[in-house]
Design a protein around this ligand. Structure first.
Ligand code: CU
Length: 471
């Protein structure tokens, strides 16, 4: 029986180079949905098979370039039809947020490494120079490459020694969101930041074109206060959580115009933890899992997507709700910064004149946390050198008690550029505000105070219950 796939495949054999369209898809081993063919024998996509050549895909013409907030895209040049990239593994003095720097390991002067971007069918040659004091190697996470290009030191290749440059070369026979990372002394090198995103655009795009295409890599670090080196021994207690190597308020906002179709490609190469990433004000559809396209009928809607360690998840939505919208990992300790995690629990404790008494022994002492910890960033108490307080940054309406893996989606109706447009101007009647006594009296029948012992619900008419039982 001639399946459609087989038909394309056979047709492709006979097709001339001019008949690229459907043949290209088949030759790359991808069905229109983007899935690799079940039968690699039928495809060019086989790592061991013959490979059809494609002209190098060009930004602007063949794809809309990805935006890596707080990061960059790795430049390339074309040599004899091959896209040539150069990654340099090296130590980087990296800023996580204003006030916190550490010596990390990254690529080309950046943490994480620049995003590698190419087009399905491209042949890529990636040189990796090792400027680290120990061996390294690079694994192309999720890419279908020949075994010897897979980058697992010892298993797939020799280590890249300090000072050496290795060459990786393969054809990209899939499209989607992937990653790259060190695969030699992984525990150390990943904890120090050696990773980046690898985005492959489809040769023959299907589906609606996106206007804004963002890549965000999650990671986590242990940087003890006052030190300048992430601790790779840490297994459980991470205190700096990042998107693209930056902790809020160091994260750049994602800016979109009203009506834009927005794609966000999430990757997670944290040493240990999974991150449920949540966006306010929207629901999205998960269009890719680990780079593989999800058929439209199966695209899960949601507003939170769990990105486990080693996974990528891609979501899309239309930016039709103007405003400033929080987007963050929903594990609350992952939206906190470094300082304050070892404080005693004083919530509800009445400290009396403790501060006064202690201050005779410790000048400048403040008792903190008895009414919660939201004020710990805002109080601006001096923090040790090279550390960031538990949370926050001044916001438009108040202090923002968030840190870590937190950023802001900014959607505006009128934009002349995608630069940070500042804070959102709330249209009249659309901002939560202090209730007036008149409103409270009218709607609740009384004015609640902090001293109230009344149970508010006892004073309310149970309209919905009446409706239910009233028949
Ligand atoms: Cu998290």
């Amino acid at each position: 029986m001639i399946t459609r796939r087989k038909f394309f495949s056979n047709a492709a054999v006979a097709a001339s180079a001019a008949a690229l369209g459907t043949a290209a898809r088949s030759m790359l081993g991808a069905e229109p949905g983007g899935q690799p063919s079940e039968n690699p024998e039928n495809t060019m996509g086989s790592a061991r098979g013959e490979q059809q050549e494609y002209p190098p895909g060009e930004p602007g013409k063949d794809y809309t370039p990805v935006i890596t907030p707080n990061g960059s895209t790795l430049p390339y040049k074309v040599v004899d039809g091959v896209k040539v990239f150069h990654l340099i593994a090296e130590e980087v003095d990296h800023e996580f947020a204003p006030g916190l720097r550490a010596y990390c390991w990254g690529f080309n002067g950046q943490v994480h490494g620049p995003t590698i971007e190419a087009v399905e069918g491209d042949r890529v040659r990636i040189y990796v120079t090792n400027k680290l004091p120990e061996n390294t190697s690079i694994h192309w996470h999720g890419l279908l490459v020949p075994s010897g290009m897979d980058g697992v030191a010892g298993l797939s290749q020799k280590n890249i020694g300090p000072g050496e440059t290795y060459k990786y070369e393969f054809q990209l026979r899939q499209h989607g969101t992937y990653m790259y990372h060190s695969h030699s002394d992984d525990m150390t090198q990943i904890a120090l930041g050696m990773m980046g995103m690898f985005v492959i655009h489809p040769r023959t795009p299907t589906g609606p074109k996106v206007n804004r295409d963002f890549a965000l890599m999650s990671s986590e670090w242990r940087i003890d206060v006052g030190t300048r080196r992430p601790n790779p021994i840490e297994m459980t207690d991470f205190n700096v959580l990042t998107f693209n190597g930056r902790a809020f308020p160091g994260t750049a906002p994602l800016v979109a115009k009203y009506g834009d179709r927005v794609r966000i490609r999430f990757g997670n190469l944290s040493p240990m933890e999974h991150h449920p990433i949540h966006l306010h004000g929207y629901y999205w559809k998960v269009t890719e899992m680990d780079g593989l396209q999800v058929p439209e009928s199966a695209q899960q809607p949601g507003n939170t997507v769990l990105v486990a360690v080693g996974q990528t998840r891609t979501v899309e939505f239309i930016a039709d709700n103007p405003g400033d919208w929080a987007m963050h990992c929903h594990m609350t300790h992952h939206t906190m910064n470094q300082m304050g995690h070892s404080a005693p629990n004083l919530i509800g404790v009445r400290p009396g004149d403790l501060a006064k008494r202690v201050s005779t022994l410790l000048p400048g002492y403040m008792t903190m946390g008895e009414s919660g910890m939201g004020d710990m960033g805002e109080m601006g108490m001096p923090v040790p050198r090279n550390s960031i307080p538990m949370a926050g940054a001044p916001g438009k309406h108040d202090y923002i008690d968030m840190g870590g893996m937190f950023t802001i989606l900014k959607v505006r109706e009128n934009l002349t550029s995608y630069d940070d447009p500042g804070w959102y101007e709330n249209p009249p009647g659309t901002l939560a505000s202090l209730a007036s006594n008149e409103e409270l009296q009218r709607d609740l029948g009384f004015v609640p105070t902090a001293q109230d012992t009344q149970k508010p619900m006892n004073n309310m008419h149970m309209d919905h219950l009446n409706m239910k039982h009233g028949g």
